[in-house]
Design a protein around this ligand. Structure first.
Ligand SMILES: NC(=O)c1ccc[n+]([C@@H]2O[C@H](COP(=O)([O-])OP(=O)(O)OC[C@H]3O[C@@H](n4cnc5c(N)ncnc54)[C@H](O)[C@@H]3O)[C@@H](O)[C@H]2O)c1
Length: 287
């Protein structure tokens, strides 16, 4: 199937990045969010990100303008769905919210439209189970920041059709990204490993280590390009907490999110998104 129009549901850190790379690749994009403010921030974030690319001579001004012209912003889910050949859902990491969304998407989207979810950790089969179109549903796990990260995990659920899988792999390649297939269990490959690292990092903090020392240790001694505290600030503490909760549910108590991780989420210390995590940031989604 040919993809021309992409609907992106949720205009947060991930949705805005997915919209940007899709528009740059030449697709018409409609971004939807329940929050008008989130849509406003997404527009500013995309503009700033494209301006940086123009500044670094990685894109011409005409291509920047063309990409922006191809993105529509709306609070109407109907508008985002009605003509979309592919929808990528990037709303909050919560099973009920995602299942509700997929029930609605199944009703609003064209019969042959592909419905992708950018979930970090929730099994695709479980999200798809509330619909009657599991063949068209697939995990498309972009990484943060989307414009910079080359890898995208592709996760087929139990019912995902071969057509859907192939179309999405080709789509991801047209964005200049490299698809990696992962098996449909909680956390897939990337979150399964990273969320455990984040949870252990929280234990190290509680034992008295500083974020600066933990980051320096992992950068200089383990060759990580970015230490886990700075990376968790980029991802958002709530994303790691929800990932651990999903893995605890499916794999047992060894994956229990540390109480300090939960406390930090309750306190709003999510990281870049809220301006404060282990480090301080300007409250902006610009990358
Ligand atoms: N942050 C990361 O590093 C990262 C990486 C990969 C995948 N993900 C996944 O991507 C998804 C989005 O994460 P994020 O970091 O962009 O979150 P975010 O909190 O920055 O954005 C979520 C957006 O969804 C909107 N939203 C919530 N419910 C909605 C609904 N019913 N309809 C329309 N919009 C709705 C919110 O208003 C918000 O703007 C999550 O599933 C997350 O696990 C996140």
């Amino acid at each position: 199937m040919k993809i021309k129009k992409v609907g992106v549901i949720g205009a947060g850190a991930m949705g805005s990045g997915i919209a940007q790379v899709s528009a740059v690749a030449g697709y018409d994009v409609v971004v939807q969010d329940v929050s008008g403010d989130a849509l406003g921030r997404a527009r500013v974030s995309i503009e700033k990100s494209l301006d940086k690319l123009v500044g670094k001579e990685k894109m011409t001004k005409a291509d920047r303008d063309g990409a922006l012209d191809r993105i529509e912003f709306t609070t109407s889910l109907e508008d985002a769905c009605k003509e979309a050949d592919l929808v990528v859902e990037a709303v909050f990491e919560n099973l009920e919210i995602k299942q509700d969304m997929f029930r609605t998407l199944s009703e609003l989207c064209k019969k042959d439209a592909i419905l992708g979810t950018n979930t970090s950790a929730l099994p695709i089969t479980e999200i798809a189970s509330v619909t009657n179109r599991g063949g068209n549903i697939i995990g498309i796990h972009f990484m943060n920041p989307v414009p910079l990260m080359k890898g995208v995990e592709i996760i087929s659920g139990q019912l995902t059709s071969e057509d859907t899988r192939k179309t999405v792999i080709d789509f991801v390649k047209t964005l200049g990204k490299d698809p990696i297939e992962a098996v449909d269990f909680a956390g897939f490959i990337v979150s399964r490993l990273l969320d455990v690292l984040f949870n252990e990092t929280i234990k190290l903090i509680q034992e008295g280590n500083t974020p600066a020392d933990i980051d320096k240790a992992m950068e200089l001694c383990a060759g990580h390009p970015m230490g886990p505290c700075r990376l968790l600030d980029l991802v958002g503490a709530e994303i790691a907490m929800h990932g651990m909760e999903t893995m605890e549910r499916d794999f047992g108590a060894g994956y229990k999110p540390h109480p300090l991780l939960k406390k930090r989420v309750l306190a709003g210390l999510l990281g870049k998104k809220t301006g404060r995590g282990f480090y301080e940031y300007e409250r902006s989604l610009s990358l």
